[in-house]
Design a protein. Structure first.
Length: 149
């Protein structure tokens, strides 16, 4: 896998990065044959966001807080535990640090049972990412990652 693809996965692998003016969306899809998301215990029901919603997750998820969606404000995402990594991209001069919730942790929290994630950015850029890629390539670089809880 190319470095650019791994960086894309890592970038999408951190939900909640930056000060957002809108709302990002993630949809979890599952083709026939099972799920790539490992089963993990949850910490109970998902609270409703107190602030502005910056992330909505729909699709094959077991835990919701607004109809068929799991919606998060920034404090809810930060409470899941943040991680960061620093890398060089073609879009910035020099190294840039990305921070957010590792996707594997976020998908486990909502009880995702899909094989792919359709991630839609604030500018409506959309891509599908195999869930297995988050586990295989990690949500952040091991050599430059920091994690907080």
């Amino acid at each position: 896998m190319s470095v650019a693809r791994r960086q894309l996965i890592r970038g999408f692998g951190l939900a909640g990065a930056g000060a957002w003016a809108g709302q990002a969306r993630i949809a979890v899809a599952q083709p026939a044959g099972g799920s790539a998301v490992p089963a993990a215990p949850t910490t109970g029901p998902l609270a409703e966001p107190a602030g502005r919603v910056i992330l909505a997750i729909t699709g094959k998820i077991a835990i919701t807080n607004d109809g068929d969606a799991a919606k998060f404000d920034r404090p809810m995402l930060e409470a899941l535990g943040m991680a960061s990594f620093t890398t060089v991209t073609p879009w910035y001069d020099g190294a840039v640090t990305f921070e957010g919730v590792p996707m594997t942790r976020l998908l486990q929290r909502v009880g995702a049972q899909g094989e792919t994630v359709q991630a839609v950015a604030l500018n409506d850029y959309s891509t599908e990412i195999p869930v297995a890629d988050f586990a295989r390539w990690g949500s952040c670089s091991r050599s430059s990652a920091t994690a907080t809880t």
